[in-house]
Design a protein around this ligand. Structure first.
Ligand SMILES: [Zn+2]
Ligand SMILES: [Zn+2]
Length: 132
């Protein structure tokens, strides 16, 4: 009995992680839920939320807050994000020159820094028409 529950939980978590790793759109929990139902028809939104929190706490995914709702990211290597205020897309930004944040000023003030999160926002190339 216990073993079955554990196996089911593990399977649900794996499906959610696979869905997240197969996209770069930084989806919401609702989006992930819709995809997860294709694999596990009886999964609930609450289960999806719970597993997302577990995966986040285990450091396997990132949770980004876009001000309105949480978005999730299957990519956990260091990268920044650009949020388009027109189409609401979140893009991964890899430009190496900007992957350098100096937190030493915070440490001097007595803060203990574990991580940082940079989200640029504005209009993406698709919305501004500078890229077809
Ligand atoms: Zn856009
Ligand atoms: Zn990302």
């Amino acid at each position: 009995m216990e073993g079955n529950v554990k196996r089911r939980n593990t399977q649900q978590r794996k499906v959610i992680l696979d869905i997240l790793r197969s996209t770069d759109i930084h989806p919401t929990a609702d989006w992930i839920y819709e995809r997860a139902r294709e694999y596990i028809p009886n999964i609930s939104l609450g289960t999806v939320y719970r597993n997302l929190k577990i995966l986040r706490d285990e450091g396997l995914i990132l949770e980004l807050n876009d001000g309105k709702q949480s978005r999730f990211d299957g990519r956990i290597d260091e990268h920044f994000h650009f949020k388009c205020t027109s189409c609401n897309s979140i893009y991964d930004i890899d430009t190496p020159e900007i992957v350098s944040v100096d937190e030493s000023f915070l440490i001097k003030e007595g803060y203990q820094v574990d991580s940082y999160d940079v989200i640029f926002s504005g209009i993406c190339p698709r919305c501004s028409g500078s890229q077809n």
